[in-house]
Design a protein around this ligand. Structure first.
Ligand SMILES: [Mg+2]
Length: 368
């Protein structure tokens, strides 16, 4: 695998509605798109930190710098023996996981095309579709949240997850249960609570939720283990699981019973597969989360979600759920709650270069 040339494009696409979680809000989607050229093939990747650094400390600007100064200059012109070699090289460069994911995933797209296989098959996926779940952010008015759920449930999404924060939790769940009955449902706190809020989670235990996603901040694994001992509902970790070492410590402490794997958070598909395997060995169900990314990143997430130990619906949703437009052709769609995987080699979606140019706010090229 010879990397002949790399193009990096920072794009910005307006959101359909602002996305609000316990720590902040955005109204535009920023993404850094990596285009690798190798022996006449083109591999696509996406680095997709949230603007405003309220999910993690990573931002589009910090990842742009790492890609331009460290990652892409080290790869342009290089010849690798194998995908594994190239992915190991990316892993060893001192840069954030979000920046690494942009280029590492593009290498997988190239390799899948080289082998003339769809990416999901190269990853070991056995299903040709993935179940999709609906995620809704925080709203000032509960009725707006209920209307959003109603509107999107018509597309058949397989479960609903709602964001919560202190002061906006039990009442939201009560309203959803009252309106929609026993739909598959859970909450994501994005780390907004602490042990002093244990009573709130004990109260939420009564609503038959699938899981409590990231109740406390990422590093609080001991406190999360304490919470898990005091509630029946499984705790799911998202922000806590940045590396294999985090995962092993969380398993040892008993901090959780379900894992959300995000390709961006762990630095690409190779580390994501490693985390998946460890979870499987320990009988911990996993599912695939999103930032959400634009179509390139979401198509990768859908591919990963076809692996057989992904036991809950993914957060990957239709392109037009969050974005007014997307870069892939066709757009990602959800039908009867399913994302159908393409059998085309590689990612399975063409990237519309006219749109890439139209939404670009910055571009850079890298050659040997
Ligand atoms: Mg989450």
């Amino acid at each position: 695998m010879k990397i002949d040339h790399i193009d990096l494009t920072h794009v910005r696409i307006p959101l359909v509605e602002p996305f609000r979680i316990s720590s902040g809000a955005v109204s535009e989607k920023d993404a850094l798109v990596v285009r690798l050229s190798s022996d006449g093939l083109t591999g696509w990747g996406e680095s997709s930190p949230m603007a405003g650094s309220f999910y993690s400390s990573d931002t589009p600007e910090s990842c742009w710098r790492e890609l331009c100064e460290k990652l892409l200059p080290s790869l342009a012109g290089r010849l690798f023996e194998s995908l594994d070699d190239a992915a190991q090289c990316v892993a060893a460069i001192p840069a954030s996981n979000f920046a690494k994911a942009g280029v590492e995933t593009a290498l997988w797209d190239l390799e899948a095309q080289r082998q003339n296989r769809p990416l999901y098959r190269l990853l070991g996926g056995t299903r040709s579709s993935a179940e999709s779940g609906l995620a809704v952010g925080l709203y000032d008015d509960v009725n707006d949240m209920l209307r959003a759920i109603e509107r999107y449930l018509a597309d058949g999404y397989k479960r609903v997850k709602i964001k919560i924060e202190p002061g906006r939790d039990i009442e939201l769940i009560r309203a959803v249960r009252r309106t929609f009955g026993e739909i598959p449902l859970f909450v994501d706190a994005n780390g907004a609570y602490g042990l002093r809020h244990t009573g709130i989670f004990q109260a939420l235990d009564e609503f038959n939720l699938m899981m409590f996603e990231q109740p406390f901040p990422g590093p609080m694994l001991a406190e999360l283990a304490e919470l898990q001992r005091q509630v029946r509902t499984p705790v799911c970790l998202d922000e806590s699981l940045e590396s294999e070492a985090d995962l092993r410590r969380a398993i040892e402490l008993g901090s959780f019973r379900i894992a959300n794997i995000k390709i961006q958070r762990v630095g690409g598909l190779r580390p994501a597969l490693r985390i998946y395997e460890i979870c499987r060995e320990h009988n911990i169900p996993v599912w695939v989360g999103t930032m959400p990314e634009l179509g390139i990143g979401c198509a990768q997430g859908a591919a990963l979600a076809t692996l057989d130990h992904c036991l809950f619906p993914t957060d990957v949703e239709a392109s037009l759920r969050w974005f007014t437009d997307d870069l892939t052709d066709p757009l990602l769609t959800v039908k009867d709650g399913l994302l159908n995987l393409s059998e085309a080699p590689g990612l399975g979606y063409r990237v519309d270069e006219r749109k890439l140019e139209g939404y670009a706010v910055a571009t850079r090229g890298f050659s040997a």
